[in-house]
Design a protein around this ligand. Sequence first.
Ligand SMILES: Cc1cc2nc3c(=O)[nH]c(=O)nc-3n(C[C@H](O)[C@H](O)[C@H](O)COP(=O)(O)OP(=O)(O)OC[C@H]3O[C@@H](n4cnc5c(N)ncnc54)[C@H](O)[C@@H]3O)c2cc1C
Length: 456
Amino acid sequence: MDAPKKIVIAGAGLVGSLLAVALKKRGHDVYLFEKREDIRLKNRGAGRSINLIITAKGIRPLQQLGLWDKVKTITSPVAGRLMHSTEGELAYQPYGKDKTECNHSVSRGELNCLLNDEAEKAGVKILFNSTLKRLDLDKKIATFENGESYSYDLLFGADGTNSATRQAMISTLGSKSEYKVEPFGTDYKEMTMPSLNGKYAMDEHSLHIWPRGNHMLMGLPNRDGSFTMTLYMPKEWFDKFKAPGAFEEYFRKYYADAVALMPDFVKDYEDNAQGNLGIVRMNPWVYGDQIALLGDACHAMVPFFGQGMNSGFSDVQFLLDQMNTHLDDYETIMKNYNEFQKPSGDAMADMSLENFTEMCDKVGDAKFLLRKKVENKLEKTFPSEFRSRYGLVTYTLIPYHLVKEVGMIQDKVLDSLCENLTDPEDVNLDHAHKLIQEQIVPWFTKKALSPTRFKF
Ligand SMILES: Cc1cc2nc3c(=O)[nH]c(=O)nc-3n(C[C@H](O)[C@H](O)[C@H](O)COP(=O)(O)OP(=O)(O)OC[C@H]3O[C@@H](n4cnc5c(N)ncnc54)[C@H](O)[C@@H]3O)c2cc1C
């Protein structure tokens, strides 16, 4: 084990809390500072009511820290996407290549409470209502809004999209840092579909999507029989819909089958806050051998691949793996973290943007559905050689930037196989196998990787 250090973590959200558990278990003296009050006191399971999908890269560190079995009990399995057309017709797309593969939906608030509990149980000191204001990077002192100051050996900034840690690094690094926020023109609001006679009103093992071009509605099951519904629309529509009756007219027109099951949709829309989205890019993610940024603080992304938290958890995993290998050598740990994990976070942010078009627009498109069916057929026929890009992101531990790289090769193979194809059953499997062996297998061999699934 490495020598114990005094560690300050800014942000007791999902990523900061998981990191705190991990570092405390390594024997460090860990202080976790959180701007908000303790969400567990108010209403367990509250916080932001968003529910999140956990997949392999997020499950791995939970499993390694002995937390996955507990977390699993507060998740619901989601096996595929169910698309709702304007006419109310349904089309189903499984996520995995067979029934053993699924995603896990969890309430963000409930997961945050569980991780806060686990951090405290491990011996982490959590200080709520403590907003990080300033960092003196030379003296290694963190100052909080209430005027208190703490010295540290190491500091981790898991303080989200508007990270104060990141801001302090930028102020000190000046032109040696690069920082960019790419605002996204689409905002969102959460709504609820309550349970119906004590049961789920729609299939509870699917992510429901109403793709409508540049706007969409999504529904993910909660454990109490309800669905959290998220409506994504161009920013300017939120202003347009301030006119009396305008929102109701719009929602009834595009989401008729959902309206029938959402008695309070107008009230939900009026009462709930408008959330905005964007991409954060920062370079470097580290400051010397003393500070690292994690999660949304350095790679906030749009939520359309369901990987924001998962990629933040993979930051924790990477740091832990590095600490196991390099023990006290934080210069090497931080250098490697920046060198390997940053391209991964940036690539996931890129793919999250691409997935917006896929979910909003393409999921209802016949050509896209045909391509997905061909992809699924290849996964089933050549399981040790071919995995869809979605499968590689969600069911393997292959870093995101490498998935993005091989995804481009796979795209070309699929383009060629789907050209002039009208029925996925007609795909020429001999030709497909030849292309996979010539173009895809060599890539995996060269990288010493396998497209097979992470088992947990
Ligand atoms: C609609 C939507 C759906 C999503 N769906 C998914 C999904 O399905 N799967 C997935 O993996 N991800 C999803 N995400 C992304 C996911 O929510 C984020 O990536 C994740 O919450 C990031 O965790 P974090 O700990 O880095 O940041 P946060 O969760 O933002 O936590 C940061 C914490 O730091 C605190 N803080 C902020 N400033 C300070 C300060 N100065 N001092 C002290 N504390 C501070 C905050 O109060 C907060 O508690 C979704 C996001 C949205 C908006």
